[in-house]
Every structure is written in C-alpha cells, then in structure tokens.
Design a protein around this ligand. Structure first.
Ligand code: NAD
Length: 243
C-alpha cells in the first residue's frame, strides 16, 4: 500500500511552487489532499488530479481558515507552505513589510495549526510541517531581514508545538530549503533587472551548482508527513548551502 494511504492532508499555498509539487506528491503517496491558495487560476492547474480537491483559502483570514478547516477537515497532515520573501536590511525594511511578513510567514501558520490541531488531538495523531528556510536561525543571508526574522520564528513555533504535543501523537517539523526554482523566485530574479546575472548569483550560493526543484522539496514533505520517529526538527535541504 502507499505510504500515505488513508491520510487526509491540508496544504496551503498549493497553487504553485513547492506547495503545488507537495500537493501532487502527497496525492501520489496515497493521501487525500485539500489543496488551497488565494490564487484561483493557479489552483485550477490541479483540477482533475486524482485525490486532490481545491479550495480558495487566504491564510491571513481567521474566519476563512476556520470555515475551510471546518468544512473539509479533519486532517492527519497539515503543510503550512504559504510565505513571502521581502528584500532589505534592517535599515531599509519598512514596518509594513515586517508586519506583512510576520502576518503571512508566522501568524498564518499559528492560525492554521490552531484550526487543525484540536481534531488531530481527538484522533490521536497528526503531522504538521511548516515551511521555514535556511535563511532563518540556521543562516544569516544578506538583505533578507524580514524574511530571516520570520523564518527563524517558524522554527521556534515548530519546536514549541513539537514540545507541547509530543506525547499525544503530534509531530511538527520544519523544512528549510536553499534556493528553489519557483514562480516567485522567477519574479524576484526578473525584478533585479539583469535576469541572467541574478540567476547566476543564486546558483553561485548553492555548492551543488544548481537550484533545487519543488519536487525535491516535496519528497521531504512526503517523508515528514509519514515519518514516525522525528519531531521538532528543522530539516535543511539546501544544495549544500549550509555545509
Ligand atoms: P511561490 O512563492 O512561487 O508561491 C507562493 C504561493 O503562495 C502562491 O501560489 C500564492 O498565491 C500563495 N499565497 C500568497 N499569499 C497567500 C495567502 N495569504 N494565503 C494563501 N496562499 C497565499 O512558491 P515557493 O517559492 O515554492 O515558496 C513556497 C514557500 O517556500 C514559502 O513559504 C517560501 O518562503 C518557502 N521557501 C521558498 C524558497 C525558494 O527558493 N523558492 C526557499 C526557501 C523557502
């Protein structure tokens, strides 16, 4: 039988990039997946996929999270993938960027965990996976202040949830990628003006000499969804960036 057969998974930011690849990978591993995003067009690219249903979900909205989880839950697996990368040092980080990063990258994960965890506890188990980054408490990366602050907070959140519920069948781990080919990375490379130079600089950070693929990160998400003896860990998957 498939490793995630009979499991139900909720994935946020599943319209593109790592979230989309993970929704597909969970489904291929046998899980029934509720793939969510704010972008209906992106979600539509999953229509017709076996074992995947899609729902519009803005993780910034309390009531919407409660409603979607209430209508489509309970879940055995929660993959919090939504996040945004701002550029800037501490001196050129507008408060509105920091507030947005805290809201989307951190508070939204707290919101979805609060919505999903009670039914996981009732059912005696669950796997929560939070998307962090090696740009976090693991590694300082230039010009990523809001991002690094919030992704470090994701690792703290992960360890806190893991510590509180480890005896009740709940596992909570964080995924910490290096640089991964995704639509938003493409946007960021284009925004720098010289696309080829921006791409070369991102590749140069990766000792393996290439960017990661969303599918490579999705493989780790599948592992963590089904793993049985790990919790509270921050898993680097970074092409050797933090060797
Ligand atoms: P992406 O940034 O290209 O896509 C993000 C998705 O999130 C989009 O489909 C967007 O519609 C959705 N989204 C945005 N706001 C939302 C909201 N309020 N509610 C629900 N969905 C929302 O995808 P990606 O680059 O694979 O990034 C996914 C996650 O992985 C992020 O948390 C990111 O920080 C993290 N990450 C990415 C990289 C990378 O190099 N790509 C590296 C490390 C960590």
């Amino acid at each position: 039988s498939l490793p995630l057969e009979g499991k139900r998974a909720l994935v946020t930011a599943a319209g593109q990039g790592i979230g989309r690849a993970s929704a597909l990978a969970f489904a291929r591993a046998g899980a029934d997946v509720v793939a969510t995003d704010i972008n209906a067009e992106a979600l539509a690219t999953l229509h017709g996929e076996d074992r995947i249903t899609t729902r519009i979900l803005d993780v910034l909205k309390d009531e919407m999270v409660a409603n979607v989880v209430g209508e489509t839950g309970p879940f055995d697996i929660l993959f919090n993938c939504a996040g945004f990368v701002h550029a800037g040092t501490i001196l050129d980080m507008p408060d509105k960027d920091l507030d947005f990063a805290l809201d989307l990258n951190v508070r939204a994960m707290i919101r979805t965990i609060r919505a999903v965890l009670p039914s996981m506890l009732e059912r005696g188990g669950g796997s929560i996976i939070n998307m962090a980054s090696v740009a976090s408490s693991i590694k300082g990366v230039p010009n990523r202040c809001a991002y690094t602050v919030t992704k470090a907070a994701v690792i703290g959140l992960t360890k806190s949830v893991a510590a509180d519920y480890v005896t009740q069948g709940i596992r909570c781990n964080a995924i910490c990628p290096g640089t991964v080919e995704s639509p938003s990375l493409q946007d960021r490379m284009r925004a720098q003006g010289d696309y080829d130079a921006a791409r070369a600089a991102f590749i140069a950070r990766q000792p393996m000499g290439r960017l990661g693929t969303p599918e490579e990160i999705a493989d780790l998400a599948v592992y963590l969804a089904g793993a049985t003896y790990t919790s509270g860990q921050a898993y680097a998957i970074d092409g050797g960036w933090t060797i």
